[in-house]
Write a protein that binds this ligand. Structure first.
Ligand SMILES: [Zn+2]
Length: 63
């Protein structure tokens, strides 16, 4: 899985230097494990991670 991850909302960003969700430029490529959220409003993991939209999110951010 390629891409950068927004440190504040964990979304995986394939292109660009800015988070499409929160507009943050604080991205990292040091992450591992990801989940593809298809049912964010019903998922316990989504609640735990604070995810509200369906997209790809990193589980572990290393830096
Ligand atoms: Zn963000």
């Amino acid at each position: 899985m390629e891409g950068k991850v927004c440190k504040s909302c964990r979304i995986v960003i394939a292109h660009g230097d800015k988070c499409p969700l929160c507009g943050s430029a604080d991205l990292t490529n040091k992450w591992s494990n990801y989940t593809i959220m298809l049912n964010a409003e019903k998922s316990d993991l989504a609640k735990k991670l604070g995810i509200k939209i369906n997209s790809t999110f990193a589980i572990t951010i290393k830096a």
